[in-house]
Each structure stands twice: as structure tokens, then as C-alpha cells.
Design a protein around this ligand. Structure first.
Ligand code: SF4
Ligand code: SF4
Length: 363
């Protein structure tokens, strides 16, 4: 049924007031916080994570629990697998087969280094993914420097080449493959080079994402606000979402980013889809970095759309708010339980939390 925007807004207002949501349109599974790379800006390999039992040492939830408590209980079709590095999850293949049997569409965000020839053939032959987004921070030298693992770039390239080889050999268009690059001081000058690589590898998309960051005054404002609510936020987990206090980019860097984006759009648009995320207008790019009070949207609908499960099986809509645990309760119950509805109601009444301003889910 296609509802008009007015009807959708009205329905959302009603759902907002009671904190209720229809079945999630997507499920996001953070399969592990472990990763074989060491990116300087990454949330996950730092020691910040283990505070809430979510750290690198915690045992991942078993695939059987994911199937029984999430996949079989929700009608949701779209699954996003992420991490850490999802290919480290020890039961990945079994989980993918289960998702395939239940006709789910699966998307994955990976660094691509663990996609060897055997994985590539299985992925393509059995249609295990709809799309694979591969994080690449720039051309070889920049990527290896930023990921702090020598040879990481070459391993990723090999993964992409294996996948493309089997797509050609078997004659299929899936999985779509894209590069996802978060812009930084180091890689903005190399954006065109990255676009040339995306063309050479016949990729489907090239995404330039903006940095998430939250200034210290905004973090303090967020903490004060959150302590006055009944959400029960665990701030050691919130830090994962709020990001570092500064972006480290100058006005010259952003000017160059905007020029590069224009040129790439002009010269490469027939080869792949260019996806700056969010799809800011130029003025909004400037505000993202230099007007810290500004937010792209005034409302966030992510917790009405997405059920997110952490490696240990906790359900966390975002920030550090734990609303349930799939080891104890089915995802269908957690989705509209008291904790989740309290979180949604608080968000709806506030519009956005102070810490939301640079969240990547506002797109
Ligand atoms: S590849 Fe991703 S998960 Fe791994 S260290 Fe880098 S940013 Fe973190
Ligand atoms: S913008 Fe939405 S998803 Fe992001 S931190 Fe705020 S409530 Fe959570």
C-alpha cells in the first residue's frame, strides 16, 4: 500500500506518542567487535568497548540463537551484517545459509581482506549477499597507513578481484560491490584516484561518508540530558556512537572535498553510482563541519525502522541504551517492549538528543 507523505507523517506522530513501531524494515546484526585491521579512528578495537561486556573478549551470540530469536520471529526481509569485521564471526557461513533459506536480502559492510577465493566463489554461486560494501580509506599507501596494517590494501583488492572474477564466470550481477570511504585529511586529496580504482574494478557504487564527531560541550550536554531521562543510558557504550571530539579538517580540506566531488560526479557518473552520505547540499557540508549546533534533520526515525543486535545478543537502538537481550527474549517481543517504547517516546518528545547531531543514521 502506498501511503501519501501526509498520512505517513500522521501515522508517525501517533506511533511517536506511544513509542510503538511496526515490524522493523531492517535488522542490523553487529556480529563481532573484533577486527583484523587497526584503523586509527575506529570505535571497536580500542579498550573503550569492553565496559558493558561487549568487548573483543566476549563470546559472540550463537547463530542458533540469532535464527530462533530474531530471524524466525520477524517478517523483516533486509539484514545488514556489520562489525568489527563480520568475516571474523565464526558461524558466518551457517548464518548466511539460514538467511538464504529464509529468503532474506543480506547486505554486508566489510574490509574485504578475508574474502579469499573460496569465500568469493561461495558468495557468488549461492547468491549470499545482495550487496557488499568494502571500506577503503584511499589508494594503497593511504589505506595501509590509516588501517595500520601493511598489505591490507592488496588483500582487499584481491577480495574484490575474486568476487568480480566469479561474477563474470557464473554470469550474475549480484552481489553488487561498492567502496565506502570516510573522508579525512589524508584521503581528500586522493578522492579522484579512488574513483579511478572504482572504475577499473567495475564497481557499482562509490560512497564518500562524512565523519561522525561530537564536541566535548555537546557530550556534556548530552550526558546531562540523558541522566534526566528514564532511558538508562550506559555512557561507556554511547562513546561508540558519539565519536571523537574533533574532525581535524580545515576549510581548505572541505573546499577541496567539494571540488573533488563535483569533478568525480562529472567524469565518472557513467561508470558507477556516486553516493555521498548523507546527500548534503554544499551549504550543508560546510555546516556539518563548522556549525556544531546544526543538525541535518530534526527527527530521527532509525529506532522505528531498525532492530540492532550487538555481538553478545543485546538489543541497542543506539547510543548506550540496552532495551533487551535476545538470549532471554524473542526480538518480536523486544521490539515493542517497555524499554524500547520508553526510548522511542523520549526521542519523539525531544526531536533529537543533544548527542545526535552528527549521527550517520540521520540521512
Ligand atoms: S576495518 Fe572497520 S572495524 Fe576494522 S578497524 Fe577499521 S574501521 Fe574498525
Ligand atoms: S540520530 Fe537516531 S540513531 Fe543516531 S544517536 Fe540519535 S536517536 Fe540514535
Amino acid at each position: 500500500m502506498n501511503l501519501s507523505k501526509g498520512v505517513k507523517d500522521c501515522l508517525f506522530r501517533l506511533q511517536g506518542l506511544i513509542g510503538w513501531a511496526r515490524s522493523p524494515s531492517q535488522v542490523s546484526l553487529d556480529l563481532t567487535h573484533k577486527c583484523n585491521l587497526r584503523c586509527a579512528f575506529c570505535f571497536y578495537f580500542h579498550d573503550a568497548v569492553p565496559a558493558a561486556g561487549e568487548g573483543v573478549s566476549s563470546a559472540p551470540v550463537s547463530w542458533k540463537v540469532l535464527v530462533r530469536q530474531v530471524i524466525e520471529r520477524l517478517p523483516t526481509r533486509d539484514y545488514f551484517l556489520t562489525g568489527g569485521e563480520p568475516f571474523i564471526y565464526p558461524h558466518l557461513e551457517t548464518l548466511l545459509i539460514q538467511l538464504k533459506e529464509k529468503r532474506k536480502r543480506v547486505y554486508v559492510s566489510t574490509n574485504g581482506t578475508l574474502i579469499d577465493e573460496i569465500w568469493a566463489e561461495k558468495i557468488v554461486r549461492h547468491g549470499l549477499f545482495e550487496k557488499i560494501d568494502i571500506s577503503l580509506h584511499g589508494p594503497e599507501k593511504i589505506h595501509d597507513e590509516l588501517s595500520r596494517v601493511k598489505g591490507a590494501f592488496q588483500k582487499t583488492v584481491q577480495g574484490i578481484e575474486y568476487l568480480q572474477h566469479y561474477k563474470r564466470k557464473i554470469g550474475v550481477a549480484r552481489p553488487m560491490i561498492g567502496i565506502a570511504c570516510t573522508i579525512s585529511k589524508e584521503n581528500i586529496p586522493q578522492m579522484r584516484e579512488l574513483a579511478a580504482l572504482a572504475q577499473r574494478w567495475s564497481l557499482d557504487t562509490l560512497t564518500f561518508g562524512h565523519m561522525s564527531f561530537t564536541t566535548s560541550p555537546i557530550i556534556e550536554k548530552h550526558k546531562d540530558f540523558s541522566k534526566g531521562t528514564k532511558m538508562g543510558e550506559d555512557f561507556s557504550l554511547s562513546e561508540l556512537i558519539l565519536g571523537p571530539p574533533d574532525h581535524g579538517l580545515s576549510k581548505e580540506d572541505i573546499g577541496l572535498y567539494i571540488r573533488n566531488l563535483r569533478e568525480i560526479r562529472q567524469d565518472f557518473s557513467s561508470f558507477f553510482r556516486l553516493l555521498p552520505v548523507p546527500a548534503y547540499r554544499e551549504e550543508e557540508i560546510w555546516r556539518h563541519y563548522f556549525d556544531t549546533e546544526w543538525a541535518y534533520l530534526r527527527r530521527c526515525r532509525y529506532p522505528w525502522r531498525t532492530l540492532r543486535v550487538t555481538p553478545s545478543g543485546k538489543v541497542i537502538p543506539c547510543l548506550g541504551v540496552v532495551v533487551g537481550d535476545i538470549s532471554e527474549e524473542g526480538a518480536d517481543h523486544i521490539w515493542n517492549n517497555k524499554n524500547f517504547r520508553t526510548f522511542r517516546k523520549t526521542l519523539y518528545q525531544t526531536g533529537l538528543f543533544p548527542g545526535c547531531a552528527r549521527c550517520c543514521k540521520l540521512k
